[in-house]
Design a protein around this ligand. Structure first.
Ligand code: ADP
Ligand code: ZN
Length: 193
């Protein structure tokens, strides 16, 4: 009988432990002697081009793909477990791709931010979560009060970001924190001049 594929999505805010969970699942699959491939989008070059690295420094080798088409080319025919890190950065074609892989019998595991710094659904995540067989939603710890945190708070030059601040800010210092709903902050959009 054909192997039954599965689509798992690991989601949550920054610092929730998504990368650690993805790495844990990749290692388990390797212990199980499965043929494993780990991918991340090539835009995420925060740490290392060919590594998945968690905030605590846990690492695992990864291949990069700049879009879904490249991912499709790089996935080997005999891969049994396919893991995708920072999946929120791929466009919506990733959803059909993951579903097709799972239909083919592959165990697909994706990790990604479910909300952006405005608490809005991030890229393809809503559709991916709807298509999943299993959703693992993790929470971080609020960096202000210590409560469980589901949100990613963006700070620009020491103050809460504006709603319409661009994703890339030239010349500004920015940082992100995990925050609970009581401590989450965002400023209204800037007026257009
Ligand atoms: P994610 O991929 O979701 O951003 P990582 O797997 O990279 O998360 O990092 C999770 C690790 O970060 C935790 O195991 C913990 O050791 C550390 N960490 C640092 N700050 C926090 C926080 N505010 N809440 C939870 N974990 C934190
Ligand atoms: Zn809080």
């Amino acid at each position: 009988m054909k192997t039954l594929g599965k689509l798992t999505v690991v989601c949550g805010s920054m610092y929730a432990g998504k990368s650690e969970e993805l790495i844990r699942l990749a290692r388990r699959s390797l212990y199980a002697k499965k043929r494993v491939q780990v991918f991340k989008p090539s835009i995420d070059d925060r740490y290392h081009q060919t590594m998945v690295v968690s905030h605590m420094g846990v690492q695992h080798e990864a291949e990069t793909a700049k879009n879904v088409a490249e991912l499709q080319i790089k996935v080997k025919k005999d891969t049994q477990v396919l893991l995708i890190e920072e999946v929120q950065f791929f466009d919506e074609k990733i959803v059909d791709f993951c579903v097709a892989m799972a239909d083919r019998g592959v165990d697909v595991i994706c990790a990604g931010l479910d909300q952006d710094f405005r608490r809005q659904p991030f890229g393809p995540m809503p559709k991916l979560l709807a298509a999943a067989d299993e959703v693992i939603k993790l929470r971080a710890i609020c960096m202000k009060c210590g409560a469980p945190a589901s949100h990613t708070y963006r700070m620009v030059d020491g103050k809460p970001a504006h709603w319409d601040d661009p994703i890339v800010l030239i010349g500004a210092t920015e940082s992100y924190e995990a925050r609970c709903r009581n401590c989450f902050e965002i400023r209204k959009g800037r007026k257009k001049s």
